[in-house]
Design a protein around this ligand. Structure first.
Ligand SMILES: [Zn+2]
Length: 108
């Protein structure tokens, strides 16, 4: 495959998780483009590729589950947290439909 190495795409560096999976499962020391056929192309068994992809998929799922979502907003007076009962105003305040309290969710 003479043309493929010529158009090697450096791109952004691979994620450390992917580097580690490639190293562990595929025996590939780095995912960086080295611009050399012997370094950039590897003979890899399909079951190793499958194992690596499964681990990468699992790592992605695990990473997506980390708490980056915003904490639940609750009414400071009655602790209502049902989003149907908490109505956003135009000025970034919330009116609680349960007890009528109006509050700024950024103030805690
Ligand atoms: Zn309330």
């Amino acid at each position: 495959m003479p043309e493929q190495s010529a158009m090697g795409h450096p791109g952004p560096p691979a994620l450390p998780e992917l580097e580690s999976i490639a190293k562990r499962v595929l025996g590939i020391p780095t995912l960086e483009t080295r611009s050399s056929d012997s370094l950039d192309f590897h003979d890899v068994a399909v079951w190793c590729v499958r194992e690596a992809l499964e681990q990468a998929y699992a790592a992605g799922r695990a990473g997506a589950g980390t708490p980056s979502e915003s904490p639940a907003i609750a009414c400071p007076r009655c602790r209502e947290s049902d989003h149907d009962q908490l109505v956003w105003d135009d000025d970034e305040h919330i009116t609680c439909q349960s007890c009528g309290a109006r509050f700024d969710p950024s103030q805690h």
